[in-house]
Design a protein around this ligand. Structure first.
Ligand code: DC
Length: 230
């Protein structure tokens, strides 16, 4: 039997730099990248399209059985496909962000997506990077390397605003900060799998660190742990 792929867990709040860091790390290491936030966003998108309320557990439960997701690198980006349709742009709107935060608070949704997240990672050849909120605590408590990325709220909101601006989404820094505060509170306060650092996660604050330094810090730790695993 071939050994389990090397699993890297990267958790942290919105805008802490998880996506940029994970993307670069995955490319440098030749690892698969599983953006678990994109999976919750796909559930919110499906619910929206089907007119299902974000707190309708019965209908959400039924919908989960029909979630078909795969990730594929297109150009420089990690695209997400829902039943073969590229929904990478559509899942990033402010409305779907709020929806994803709401559905992710439903225990039925969290439980229903566990196996999918694990399978996507275990299918990888050499290794997989999973980014999310509860990877090191719930999805892979036995991950080979765990990180918790943080950054000041204003810095995170500025990053998200710039990202939306570049995509041509109309917004304001104030609106992004308000949304972010609301999501941070909901994600941290919920009873099931709240946003929380694993006890054995390495903490990295990216507020005033260039992206390349953050990537290098994580890569060094991953290489050290790969060496230990042999
Ligand atoms: O990382 P993101 O902004 O794309 O995540 C969208 C929402 O999904 C976010 O509000 C929190 C939730 N989420 C979660 O609860 N658990 C995860 N592992 C990933 C995301």
């Amino acid at each position: 039997m071939s050994p389990r792929p090397f699993i890297v867990a990267i958790d942290g709040p919105a805008g802490a730099g998880k996506s940029s860091v994970s993307k670069l790390l995955a490319r440098r290491l030749g690892f698969a990248l599983v953006d678990t936030g994109a999976i919750y966003r796909c559930v919110a998108l499906m619910a929206t399209r089907e007119g299902i309320a974000f707190d309708d557990d019965a209908k959400l439960g039924e919908l989960l059985g029909r979630v078909r997701i795969h990730f594929q690198v297109v150009g420089e980006e990690n695209h997400v496909f829902l039943s073969g349709e590229d929904v990478s742009g559509e899942i990033r709107t402010p409305a779907i962000s709020m929806g994803a935060s709401q559905v992710s608070g439903r225990p039925v949704v969290r439980a229903g997506l566990l196996a999918l997240q694990r399978r996507l990672a275990l299918e990888a050849q050499a290794g997989a990077i999973l980014e999310g909120r509860d990877i090191g605590t719930v999805v892979f408590p036995d991950a080979d390397a765990k990180f918790f990325l943080a950054a000041d709220p204003e810095v995170r909101a500025r990053r998200r605003f710039e990202e939306l601006f570049q995509k041509g989404v109309d917004s304001s820094l104030e609106a992004v900060l308000t949304d972010q505060t609301q999501r941070d509170t909901a994600d941290s306060a919920r009873t099931v799998a709240p946003l929380k650092a694993a006890d054995d996660a390495m903490h990295v604050d990216s507020s005033s660190m260039p992206l390349s330094d953050v990537v290098r810090t994580l890569e060094q730790e991953i290489e050290r742990r790969r060496g230990q695993r042999g």
